[in-house]
Write a protein that binds this ligand. Sequence first.
Ligand SMILES: [Zn+2]
Length: 96
Amino acid sequence: MSFFGPPSSPSYNKKKYEHLTLAIRQTVLERAHNRCQKCSVKFSPRTPPQFEHINGSLKDNRPVNLHALCSECFKSVENKEKNKKGIFGRMRNIVG
Ligand SMILES: [Zn+2]
């Protein structure tokens, strides 16, 4: 074991992306052209954007790790995530 961390440890500032800040949201929304990245519906006060964490880590709020989704698409993603955890949750704990 090394105290310098694994060689593949990410070089980004983890603290900086620990919270989904307004600036990060704006970056993601701009990149998505203010549309859902699944069904392309335009976001509005009636269709507020939801943010999916691509790698599943809620503390990894880098824009590259985020998808802007409408609530409908987010629901399906959320359900998928739940299913994944149900099936692979234990396995993931073993693998790390
Ligand atoms: Zn959508």
